[in-house]
Design a protein around this ligand. Structure first.
Ligand code: MLT
Length: 219
């Protein structure tokens, strides 16, 4: 399938043994290939759909424009979010995956467009795993997320995402009715293997509750 067919340069990896499709969304400077291993680690066996962001910031791919670090061009974010959701719908038809079983797996800029998509288009994802996300915008009125499971993995010493910004995102999502799990990792903006495993455990336990509850979060 080409970019012209679906609208984004992307990678598609068929699933094996999982009904889920992971929409893998890279950070600033990434591309459609670099987070495929992350998607496979978080959602083993799931199909992987990974687009490349269309915006270029000094040559670095992103999913939407920003005015400064953490200050987003809201008009561009809105339009790019809609474009990404259209891509996801087209890809579901083209590759034949179930559009009700999509888990967004986003890192940084990719996590930010994922949360923009789920706030603007409730139901587009069945669940979301957001690594180092920020508040994309504050929706008014709040959408109805009807218990949608969201996992946020944040770094305690992240130089890009401030703690209060993460807490505000938790508030926005919880107010919208999402079921939010937050893990605070002893880390900066880069991910650790422990939090990737934590996200994978959380995701698999949604469909297969463990006999003894696991800890996904850190105090
Ligand atoms: C963003 O612009 O989405 C955030 O600042 C994270 C980043 O990409 O650096």
């Amino acid at each position: 399938m080409t970019e012209q067919d679906l609208g984004f340069v992307h990678r598609w990896v068929p699933g094996h043994g999982s009904p889920l499709t992971a929409l893998v969304l890279h950070g600033t400077g990434g591309d459609e290939s670099d987070l495929l291993p992350l998607g496979a680690a978080v959602a083993p066996g799931a199909a992987l759909l990974s687009p490349r962001g269309k915006v270029r910031e000094n040559g670095a791919p992103r999913f939407f424009k920003r005015v400064a670090l953490g200050v987003f061009d809201q008009a561009d974010l809105s339009a790019r979010t809609d474009e990404l959701v259209t891509f996801v719908h087209r890809a579901a038809a083209a590759y034949g995956f179930d559009p009700t079983k999509i888990v967004a797996v986003g890192y940084s800029n990719g996590a930010n467009i994922a949360s923009s998509a789920l706030l603007r288009h409730p139901g587009v994802f069945a669940r979301a795993v957001l690594f180092r996300p920020m508040v994309p915008f504050v929706p008014d009125p709040s959408p109805a997320l009807n218990g949608m499971p969201v996992y946020i993995s944040a770094g305690r010493v992240d130089p890009i995402v401030r703690r209060d910004n993460t807490e505000e995102l938790v508030r926005v999502l919880t107010t919208a009715g999402a079921s939010v799990t937050v893990r605070w990792e002893e880390a900066g903006h880069a991910l650790t293997s422990g939090e990737v495993q934590g996200a994978s455990d959380w995701l698999s336990d949604l469909d297969r509750p463990p006999k003894r509850p696991r800890r996904y979060t850190t105090p």
